[in-house]
Design a binder for this molecule. Sequence first.
Ligand SMILES: [Zn+2]
Length: 89
Amino acid sequence: MIVINVSEELKTEQVKVDWLDYWRHFSMIKNNFCSEVNCLNSQDYGALVKKFDDKGLYVLPLCKKHSDNMLKQIEISDTTEIISAEFTL
Ligand SMILES: [Zn+2]
């Protein structure tokens, strides 16, 4: 699945870590891998993404490399759990 990274507004490291905590709080799948389809690095940050067919904002985990290398589009594994950003902790 291709998603669009919209994390530019996440300026600080703390905000990205907070989104990773958010994802981990709601995720059912307890793995520790980056969401990028071919990546086996561990998760460092949360990212905000959109899907093409949906206006909603979603959260998924990325490694530092994929988080810093802010490609607009990112291909994620179909088994990745993406969590709506609209829940409250
Ligand atoms: Zn990665």
